[in-house]
Design a protein around this ligand. Structure first.
Ligand code: ASP
Length: 342
């Protein structure tokens, strides 16, 4: 049996050991923070928006709000399934946006807002953060998935942007599905269009956008829209313009915008966020908020954006009452929101 003296000695040794372990742990933490070590980046991240605008709790029924939450959650689940299986950020963005283009709740693909002539003219763009390859289509009227067409321009042509009939001929040759223009026109949009005539300055948003960070650490971004309602003369907004409505560069961030396109073009919003990070050393959140809440507010431009960097940081600022939005990070439950302060 151990004597009292032995017991005291053993206790002292174990206290000493714990103290040494504590010291080692504390110094490791200190060392990590001194090196500016970041928390480990998540395995993958997917961020989406479904447009910014006058989205207020009293303008939407609980059933409608539920339908939007469900649609956003379904889109997140679609993109997450691609990323969880080790798929690329490009594939996740395309799969997510195709689903949103088919969903008539949003102003993209089926359910797009109508031009002054009462038809759908769609714009979309796509960008790969690995090498700044990019593709876009503008003013297409018969392609079921404009986002797929934008990706085809990026991958199967030497160009970045194609417009109108030429873009459609190219996409058909690349094997894309076509639909009659009436496929995009829903009863809700037709009604909205009738009500808004002859006023030609409609401000209906609802564009869809998606950003992904995949397991390999690569970023991608895509945006798809019907543009502004009652648009005329072949008007093209920011959504298909690389650097204005969409941007992705592994060195900085991926961005997709929604809002009054003319302002987003003038302020080169998507690239503006990336440039602030690269040249002014701003964080993703600082850069995104400065553009939306300072630059655009001062200019009178309404809208919002989603942004994602390689560490998995997310920013989703908007200067409108609401923005349909959501994200999912590996191992965490998905988040969706419609209004401000959620
Ligand atoms: N930015 C789009 C455009 O101006 C519209 C929107 O986001 O709702 O075409």
């Amino acid at each position: 049996m151990a004597s009292l003296r032995d017991k005291t000695l053993l206790m002292a040794i174990s206290i000493h050991r714990s103290f040494l372990l504590f010291l080692a742990g504390a110094s490791l933490l200190l060392l990590l923070s001194a090196c500016g070590a970041q928390p480990a980046r998540p395995d993958y991240v997917l961020v989406i928006h479904g447009g910014a605008g006058t989205i207020l709790p009293d303008r939407i029924t609980p059933e409608q709000a539920e339908a939007y939450h469900a649609a956003l959650a379904a889109a997140l689940a679609t993109g997450e399934a691609v990323l969880a299986e080790g798929g690329s950020a490009l594939d996740a963005v395309e799969a997510t946006l195709r689903l949103l283009e088919d969903d008539s709740l949003f102003n993209a693909g089926r359910g797009a807002v109508l031009t002054a002539e009462g038809r759908a003219e769609l714009d979309a763009s796509f960008m790969d953060g690995r090498d700044r390859q990019a593709g876009a289509v503008a003013g297409v009227t018969n392609l079921r998935h404009p986002i797929r067409a934008a990706r085809m321009v990026m991958e199967k042509s030497p160009h970045v942007m194609m417009a109108g009939r030429g873009a459609e001929v190219f996409a058909i040759e690349a094997g894309l599905d076509t639909v009659p223009n009436a496929y995009f026109v829903t009863a809700r949009r037709r009604q909205q269009w009738r009500r808004s005539q002859p006023d030609s300055s409609g401000q209906k948003h609802g564009t869809v956008g998606c950003l992904a960070l995949d397991r390999a650490g690569n970023l991608a971004a895509g945006t798809s829209t019907g543009g502004m309602s009652n648009k005329r003369y072949g008007r093209v907004g920011d959504s298909p313009i690389i650097g204005a409505g969409t941007y992705a560069d592994n060195a900085t961030c991926a961005v997709s915008c929604t809002g009054h396109g003319e302002y987003f073009i003038r302020h080169v919003v998507a690239y503006n966020v990336a440039a602030r990070m690269a040249y002014a050393g701003q964080s993703l959140t600082e850069a995104a908020e400065a553009v939306i809440h300072q630059e655009l507010v001062a200019a009178g431009g309404d809208g919002g954006l989603i942004a994602l960097d390689r560490q998995g940081n997310i920013a989703m600022p908007f200067n409108t009452p609401g923005m349909y939005r959501g994200y999912v990070r590996a191992g965490e439950p998905a988040f969706t929101a419609l209004f401000g302060e959620e």
